[in-house]
Design a protein around this ligand. Structure first.
Ligand code: GLY
Length: 361
């Protein structure tokens, strides 16, 4: 087993991210070694359960008494009040209490939903994140954001609830759907463009960013988690630097909501949002042409389905959580690895930037 450890220093809420092949064995040891006071619940989704059900059973047996397993439907639709209620009721039914622990074992949807339920049930119980998708490994499992969606917008209901540990077993990425792999890779590019020029150079050098390509995935996940940990340490509650992690997200969340969630992967929407933000960065922040071209070239290596830009995108953008004084806060690049947060009087600029991209081909 070759796990790397990235610490997240948050005082009494500090924790470690364990990354690498076989990291679930560390999770198993963690469950075996914990005080058996409260019941453990492992939350997963139907797809992950169909592929890893036996392994999840073994993990559950490691805790005493054995963990209960709650399975939610696959997909963004599970991030709803109905599924939140269902999960909280399962927690009550299984006898969870304040000494209990929830293990969110799945992608971003499971992490966000189980994270939110664990922060609400009996006013908050402990949480472990065991992300099974690349996107969850490099982004959503770290930093404590939890949430569900409303028809009015993505992640509009949620809490901050830090996990006590994260176990990212890169072996499970072998069974990831290629679209989910690329969706996670888009978030990796986001971290590289905004925070890590060295990681960006590495991504440029790799010949194939796909699931069967030559990316050293443990290295990439570790770099992304390290950068994200630094940001969380500087701004846990997203009042400043953490906003940088939303590069490409204002338009992305609007695209996802306008397409009723699910038709487009989160990372695919972020990729389109990043393209639009890059075009604005060139115009507003002086992002040099050569860096713009390099960024677009790397993004162009990630396949994205055709999307129709719906007319209601603007409405979704103006309901974005990251508004301040009525203006949408957009993250733009001055250079690769250097960002600026720019209030946009007219968020339509982002939509027009993306359309112009499409028309330029
Ligand atoms: N996904 C962005 C953040 O954690 O702040």
């Amino acid at each position: 087993m070759t796990a790397r450890v990235v610490p997240v220093e948050l005082g009494e809420r500090s924790y470690s991210i364990h990354i690498g092949s076989g990291a679930w064995r560390l999770l198993e040891e963690h469950l075996r070694g914990r005080d058996p006071a409260g019941r453990v619940m492992i939350v997963t989704d139907e797809r992950v359960n169909s592929v890893y059900g036996r392994r999840i059973g073994e993990l559950g047996e490691a805790s005493k008494p054995p963990a209960v397993v709650a399975v939610v439907p696959e997909g963004e639709g599970s991030k709803s009040f109905a599924h939140l209620e269902d999960l909280c009721r399962k927690m009550a039914g299984a006898g969870l209490d304040r000494s209990s622990l929830v293990v969110a074992l799945g992608g971003g949807v499971v992490g966000d939903l189980a994270g939110l339920a664990s922060s609400l049930f009996v006013r908050g119980i402990r949480l472990i994140q065991a992300p099974t998708t690349l996107l969850a490994m490099v982004d959503s499992s770290t930093g404590g954001k939890t949430g569900i969606n409303l028809p009015e917008g993505k992640n509009l209901v949620g809490t901050f609830h830090q996990p006590e540990a994260v176990f990212a077993d890169t072996d499970v990425l072998r069974t990831l759907h290629p679209r989910d792999w690329y969706s996670g890779m888009a978030e990796v590019i986001k971290i590289a463009l905004t925070l890590d020029p060295e990681l960006f150079l590495y991504l440029e050098e790799v010949t194939d960013l796909g699931p069967d390509g030559d990316v050293d995935i443990a290295r990439v996940v570790t770099s992304a988690c390290r950068r994200k940990a630094e940001i969380i340490e500087a701004d846990e509650w997203e009042s400043g630097p953490r906003l940088i992690l939303n590069f490409g997200h204002t338009l992305a969340h609007a695209l996802e909501a306008s397409m009723s969630y699910g038709e487009i992967r989160h990372g695919e929407a972020v990729l389109l949002g990043m393209k639009a933000a890059l075009a604005l960065s060139k115009r507003i922040c002086g992002l040099p042409d050569d860096q713009f071209d390099r960024a677009v070239r790397v993004l162009g290596r990630i396949p994205v389905p055709e999307v129709k830009l719906e007319e209601d995108l603007l409405g979704y953008m103006t309901r974005d959580k990251k508004r301040s004084e009525g203006r949408v806060q957009s993250v733009l690049l001055e250079a690769i690895g250097r960002c600026r947060i720019v209030p946009l009087d007219d968020p339509g600029e982002l939509v027009r930037s993306l359309s112009s991209f499409h028309s330029e081909g």
